[in-house]
Design a protein around this ligand. Structure first.
Ligand SMILES: Nc1ncnc2c1ncn2[C@@H]1O[C@H](COP(=O)(O)OP(=O)(O)O)[C@@H](O)[C@H]1O
Ligand SMILES: [Mg+2]
Length: 243
């Protein structure tokens, strides 16, 4: 069974059709890079995967559970699907440790001592063990984004969704965040990531999905799809991002 299965998904905002029959399967352990112009529906597709968006047609399934079934417990589902956005949205008034341990404690009932150890472990993974007792505003943007990744990892999700997580960073901070993503990928995490970092997508992703006008316009193995686009739309997009 595929971990994620989108079948003919239609999403509209009013009369604006944002996803126009999107079908995509993601296997366990796959790393999917999602690329495309602004407004092509990339974020919306990610948000459909963990049930943040109601859909008007088709089905979305995660690990065999139909996400768009009204009977599905979305809170439970989201325990298994981590999502990290462009804006770090850490709680500014909470220490890094608390930011990380809040959900494991509240949602999973992890006891305090264990939660501290969990925070230490995930912070080590993102190279920020020494920041456990810092406040978010004492960290750089890149460090905050790494804490956001650590926070998501602390829930031990089966799938991680990343939506342009380096787009708001100063250029010199992008590398450290991509390095952490690469490490998470190497450990076998299934990932769907929206990115404009074409070089990174080529290096890390198994598959590239190009979205255009609410459809998956083209997809395939990363090197092939990025190296030899089959559609003029992807070719135009790539030459624009690679200038
Ligand atoms: N909450 C919303 N309400 C109305 N329209 C939205 C909303 N979110 C996104 N859209 C529209 O959906 C389209 C796709 O948006 P989005 O999925 O964010 O694209 P991308 O991530 O590829 O830039 C855009 O036309 C956008 O204006
Ligand atoms: Mg977006």
């Amino acid at each position: 069974m595929s971990l994620v299965e989108l079948k003919n998904v239609v999403k509209r905002y009013g009369t604006n059709t944002v996803l126009n029959g999107v079908s995509l399967t993601v296997e366990k352990g796959e790393i999917i890079a999602i690329i495309g112009r602004s407004g092509s529906g990339k974020s919306t597709m990610l948000r459909c995967v963990n049930g943040l968006e109601p859909i008007q047609g088709g089905t979305v399934a995660f690990d065999g559970i139909v996400v768009n079934d009204p009977a599905t417990d979305l809170r439970k589902l989201r325990q298994h699907v981590g999502i990290v956005f462009q804006s770090f949205n850490l709680f500014p008034h909470l220490l890094v440790e608390k930011n990380i341990t809040l959900a494991p404690k509240v949602v999973k009932g992890v006891p305090p001592a264990e939660a501290r150890a969990l925070a230490e472990a995930v912070l080590r993974k993102v190279g920020l063990a020494e920041k456990i007792d810092a406040y978010p505003d004492q960290l750089s943007g890149g460090q905050q984004q790494r804490v956001a990744i650590a926070r998501s990892l602390a829930m031990q999700p089966q799938l991680m969704l990343f939506d342009e997580i380096t787009s708001a960073l100063d250029p010199e901070l992008v590398g450290e965040v991509l390095k952490v993503l690469e490490e998470v990928a190497r450990e076998g995490m299934t990932m769907m990531l929206v990115t404009h970092e074409i070089g990174f997508a080529r290096k890390v992703a198994n598959r590239v999905v190009f979205m255009h006008e609410g459809k998956i316009w083209e997809q395939g193995p990363a090197a092939e799809t990025l190296g030899k686009p089959r559609t003029p739309e992807l070719e135009t997009f790539l030459s624009a991002v690679l200038h």
